[in-house]
Design a protein around this ligand. Structure first.
Ligand SMILES: Cc1cc2nc3c(=O)[nH]c(=O)nc-3n(C[C@H](O)[C@H](O)[C@H](O)COP(=O)(O)OP(=O)(O)OC[C@H]3O[C@@H](n4cnc5c(N)ncnc54)[C@H](O)[C@@H]3O)c2cc1C
Length: 291
């Protein structure tokens, strides 16, 4: 690896200041699970690593009013074992059982999971389905963005040279609604996901029709995405077999997977349809039982 400076700021402001000072030649270092590989392979050769792990305020999972706020340094393992999330959003704890292995889950962070722009991930797909936003700090005051807008392309995000992603903010679920997620790994259960599908749905208590619907797709496009055409097929309509088939087909058509070792494009589209068909009725039943 090329020689680099190793810096450990104690505050977010300090981290942003250092990033600005290095003008694009420094990298934030969080869990290091992804960055270390890229450094060792020589794909990245920064002049400095800005290790943010000493910034304690980024380690918390907490409530702010009705929102849930997850700090960028929260690890996969923290999510898996959080009693607050188990109570408010168990889908996040449950999905973490299948993420990587215990060593990665102990080190890798929520911020890194998003900021890496890595396409084969789990959390961003679910966060998007939950209408999450992210707080981003920089040297000119910071900004908040819908999470979906952070992602631009494979391994490419909106984050600027002097920016640190600090928090993910998740609003409460609408009333009479539920969410679930299913991931599929085609080569082995410990592999990264090959497809992730999240469905969030509310049910109109008067007539049993689907209310607001979110369908998030992960790993089947350059970025995690919402299947908006599929959502529109179901919104305001009863969950009949015909509507379900049409939504599954729409999701399969609007995603943009590529052929790779984990499966062909056609196979992935078929799997998206199958997983939407399987998950939506499950979420619908759960939502019917909610107040
Ligand atoms: C073997 C293995 C299996 C995996 N399996 C899965 C899986 O099943 N599901 C899944 O979702 N993920 C999986 N991952 C991905 C893993 O979760 C990510 O690598 C991880 O989340 C990155 O987090 P990190 O804290 O280690 O980031 P780092 O490696 O420290 O950083 C990654 C990138 O993000 C930037 N960065 C990090 N934090 C911030 C921040 N707060 N603000 C701005 N930029 C930041 C860094 O500069 C770097 O460019 C796997 C990874 C490995 C190595």
């Amino acid at each position: 690896m090329k020689h680099f400076e190793y810096l450990e700021p104690g505050t977010v402001d300090e981290a942003c200041g250092l990033l600005k000072q290095y003008a694009g030649n420094a990298r934030v270092f969080a869990g290091g699970s992804s960055l270390t590989i890229l450094l060792k392979q020589g794909f990245l050769q920064p002049d400095a690593l800005i290790n943010i792990k000493k910034i304690d305020e980024l380690r918390r999972i907490e409530e702010s009013g009705d929102d849930l706020v997850i700090g960028a340094l929260v690890t996969h393992h923290d999510i898996e074992t959080s009693s607050l999330l188990a109570e408010r959003l168990p889908v996040l704890c449950e999905l973490e059982h299948d993420v990587a292995n215990i060593r990665v889950r102990n080190m890798a962070t929520v911020g890194g999971n998003i900021a890496s722009g890595e396409p084969l991930t789990d959390l961003p797909c679910v966060f998007i389905t939950l209408d999450a936003t992210v707080r981003i700090a920089n040297t000119s005051g910071g900004r908040t963005l819908p999470l979906e807008e952070v992602f631009l392309d494979y391994y490419e995000t909106q984050l600027g040279e002097d920016e640190v992603l600090t928090h993910v903010v998740i609003p409460p679920l609408p009333s009479h609604s539920a969410i679930d997620y299913v991931r599929f790994s085609s080569s082995s259960v410990v592999d990264k996901p090959c497809i992730g599908v999240a469905v969030r749905m509310s049910v109109n208590p008067d007539d049993g029709a689907c209310g607001s619907v979110r369908i998030g797709l992960g790993c089947v496009a350059p970025t995690p995405m919402r299947a908006r055409n599929a959502e529109a097929v179901l919104e305001g309509k009863p969950l009949t077999d015909e509507n379900l088939q049409a939504a599954a087909r729409a999701a399969a058509e609007e995603c943009d997977p590529m052929d790779d070792l984990r499966g062909s494009e056609r196979y992935k589209r078929e799997m998206v349809a199958a997983l939407v068909r399987r998950l939506a009725p499950r979420v619908y039943e759960k939502a019917k039982g909610q107040g």
